[in-house]
Design a protein around this ligand. Structure first.
Ligand SMILES: [Zn+2]
Ligand SMILES: [Zn+2]
Length: 255
């Protein structure tokens, strides 16, 4: 499995961090987790094969996680010669189909009928779905918006867990236990802590429960970057920690 952190920021606009988006290659599957503003251009900037993404999965419907999706769809329809013909699977929590319908009202009916087959899969919390080639996507409800979920991607005995956006929930630490890579949002410094996002110390506490092979932090609002993120995490969790950048690549060797 390979993870590329395309967008490690959010709407605290940064010249170096675009909004949320992560590309996971697992076997034949190319899975884009979230697709916020700036992600499509990071795909081409890093020379990634955006034309052959097989699956897109949304964690929730905040703008910083969905706003480049219509652009990506338009690129597949009008920006390729020949246009995309391969089918696409779009996954997300309940409400994903309705989200796409509403996007089509805004952008045009082509978004739902772009010239290639679209399958929409709404995952109930706790559900798993086989993406093909031995890749299993699982999800867990997390506290952020009504629909928000975290994802787990498994293949070949390896597991990547992505928090999406979330507030602190010990259940997540248990669910993520033993992940080879835990990609965790790290939005806000302690002094700006709110219930709907994590701070470095809370990331550390979750990692202490999950004991991942590698903790990768992302979704930084600019104030948190002015704090000692590593120190706050290390007070709880002693394992390997990386602060992801846009375009960082992580290899997870499959067993
Ligand atoms: Zn959000
Ligand atoms: Zn977000």
């Amino acid at each position: 499995m390979r993870l590329v952190t395309l967008g490690t920021g959010t709407v605290a606009l940064s010249p170096t961090r675009v909004c949320a988006g992560y590309l996971v290659h697992a076997g034949e599957i190319a899975l884009l987790l979230d697709c916020g503003s700036g992600v499509v251009h990071r795909l081409v900037e890093r020379g990634l094969d955006w034309a052959h993404i097989t699956h897109v999965a949304f964690t929730h419907f905040h703008t910083d996680h969905i706003s480049d999706f219509a652009t990506l769809m338009q690129a597949w329809r009008y920006g390729l010669l020949p246009p995309r013909s391969a089918s696409l699977t779009i996954l997300g929590p309940a409400g994903t189909s309705d989200l796409l319908e509403r996007m089509a009202v805004l952008h045009g009916a082509w978004l739902r009928e772009p010239g290639f087959a679209i399958t929409v899969v709404e995952l109930a919390p706790g559900a798993t779905h086989q993406l093909g080639d031995g890749v299993e996507l699982g999800c867990l409800k997390v506290p952020h918006t009504a629909e928000s979920v975290a994802y787990s991607v498994r293949r070949g005995g390896r597991r990547l867990v992505y928090s999406g956006d979330m507030g602190y929930d010990p259940m997540f630490g248990e669910w993520a236990r033993g992940a080879d890579l835990l990609l965790c949002e790290c939005s806000l410094p302690e002094e700006m802590a709110i219930e709907l996002h994590l701070t470095p110390a809370r990331c550390g506490a979750l990692a202490a429960a999950a004991l991942p092979g590698h903790l990768v932090l992302t979704h930084f609002y600019t104030p948190v970057e002015r704090t000692d993120i590593r120190g706050a995490v290390a007070a709880h969790y002693a394992g390997p920690v990386t602060l992801a950048d846009d375009g960082s690549t992580f290899e997870i060797e499959e067993g």
